[in-house]
Ligand binder design. Structure first.
Ligand SMILES: NC(=O)c1ccc[n+]([C@@H]2O[C@H](COP(=O)([O-])OP(=O)(O)OC[C@H]3O[C@@H](n4cnc5c(N)ncnc54)[C@H](O)[C@@H]3O)[C@@H](O)[C@H]2O)c1
Ligand SMILES: O=C(O)[C@H](O)COP(=O)(O)O
Length: 409
């Protein structure tokens, strides 16, 4: 008799880095009960073991999914980044194995923008120093180097989801906003785009970084860029730790060239809350240090948990890949009364005709077919009568250039 439902208890979901309970609830509500949950990231050795029989993995910014890890993940079907950044995942290694990667591109953007706005005010008022004096019994009551943000210049590097929201919030406080981006971006309110990074650095009272980690943003801010900032200006980085050469920043702060900094992300971050945090910025009382919590609010984490688990569940149940960051995007209708075959192959000429040939040679009637490709990979979805799905899957496996195929009941 044809199988009509998948045994979801056999599908292992590996959740790392304390992703929100909303993700666990989402999986369970859809019948996925085999969930291995870890409140922090795993060492590489533990990760290799845990992922070896996992079908889905959910992680945040700390876990590195390298080529080596993918090579050990023999059953992996999809990856969920429960955050914005996907730089911790080797997206090409995933793609070459037919593994889509999903993320949550918007859910924590407001949280980051709010934090940066607050830090802008704190830095302009010299609060880090005043706060630390009070904590040791001092009393630094003074207006020296303490300014309103109204009328001051905020320079935003990277005017995407976070940068543009920050722009609106900062303007509501009367700040003049300028931004630098490699793409021409529509200005929010009265903000204006500048032509070069140098132009922004030389004018802004506060510079805030909101670029993704890319080869082109790696070590984007070195002592050269810092030296171009106005004396007494402040730097905020809540993007990625590899964007700023942290030793150079420490020097610029110690020399007094910069007035202060607020740093949320670091080239080296501890694996969990029990590990020591080491940075040359420790002990500088004009610096706000936060443990990569720009997006860590209850609202953001709950929303991210729901959003990414939904994307993984939709892919698992129905094959839909919309909003995958590395994979051909296919939005699929439900498939009542049919079985659905998913076929992922290298994107070379002739695969579609071969698929249709093997299906027709096996006498399989196709009731729906969907295709999308990107540069490297093609993704074909075929709906067939239930009685034929096993035979069709075997036939599809014979197609040359197949990376993987599976059936949804
Ligand atoms: N601290 C945290 O907890 C936290 C939370 C969320 C996101 N982030 C980080 O913030 C980054 C930005 O988030 P987003 O949602 O605004 O991303 P986004 O993709 O919406 O925007 C990024 C912008 O940077 C621009 N850009 C790319 N390269 C550039 C360059 N060399 N110079 C100038 N501009 C450049 C892009 O054109 C884009 O407009 C994420 O990639 C992530 O790494 C950190
Ligand atoms: O990319 C992101 O969304 C942020 O860096 C947040 O990462 P986290 O989930 O590890 O806090």
């Amino acid at each position: 008799m044809a199988k009509t439902s998948l045994d979801k208890s056999k599908i292992k979901i590996l959740l790392l880095e304390g992703v929100h309970q909303s993700a666990v609830d989402g999986f369970k509500a859809h019948g996925y009960t085999n969930i291995e949950y870890h409140p922090k990231s795993l060492s590489e050795a533990d990760l290799l073991e845990a992922i070896s029989d996992a079908h889905f993995v959910g992680l945040r910014s700390r876990t590195q999914l390298t080529e080596k890890v993918f090579a050990a993940a023999h059953k992996l079907v999809a990856v969920g980044c429960f955050c914005i950044g996907t730089n911790q995942v080797d997206l090409d290694a995933a793609l070459s194995r037919g593994i889509p990667v999903f993320n949550a591109p918007y859910s924590n953007t407001r949280s980051v923008a709010e934090l940066v706005l607050a830090e802008t005010i704190m830095l302009m008022r010299g609060i880090p120093h005043k706060n630390s004096r009070c904590h040791v019994g001092g009393w630094a009551k003074s207006a020296k180097n303490s300014y309103e943000v109204r009328g001051k210049k905020l320079g935003i590097i990277g005017y995407g989801s976070i940068g543009s929201q920050l722009s609106v919030l900062a303007e509501s406080l009367g700040m003049e906003v300028m931004y630098y981006d490699v793409v021409t971006k529509l200005a929010m309110g009265n903000a204006h785009q500048v032509d070069s990074l140098d132009e922004l650095l030389s004018q802004a009272d506060v510079v805030s970084l909101h670029v993704p980690e890319l080869p082109t943003t790696k070590w984007m801010i070195t002592k050269d860029e810092l030296s171009k900032m106005k004396p007494g200006a402040h730097l905020i980085n809540a993007s990625r730790g590899t964007v700023v050469v942290i030793e150079d920043l420490a020097e610029a702060l110690k020399s007094g060239h910069l007035g202060g900094a607020a740093i949320d992300v670091f080239p080296k971050e501890p694996r969990g809350n029990d590990d020591e945090f080491v940075t040359p910025l420790r002990g500088l009382d004009n610096v706000i240090l936060t443990p990569h919590i720009g997006g860590s609010t209850m609202e953001a984490q709950e929303n991210i948990g729901k959003e990414v688990s939904e994307k993984l569940i939709r892919y698992s149940d129905n094959g839909t890949t919309t909003f995958a960051v590395n994979f051909p995007e296919v939005a699929l209708p439900s498939h009542p009364d049919k079985h659905r075959l998913l076929h992922i192959h290298q994107n070379v000429p002739g695969v579609m005709s071969e698929i249709n040939r093997v299906l027709s040679e096996n006498g399989i009637n196709v009731s729906g077919q969907y295709l999308q490709t990107n540069k490297a990979v093609g993704y074909v979805v075929v709906d067939v009568d239930k009685a034929y799905s096993h035979q069709a899957l075997e036939a599809l496996k014979e197609v040359q250039a197949t990376i993987r195929s599976r059936v949804l009941f």
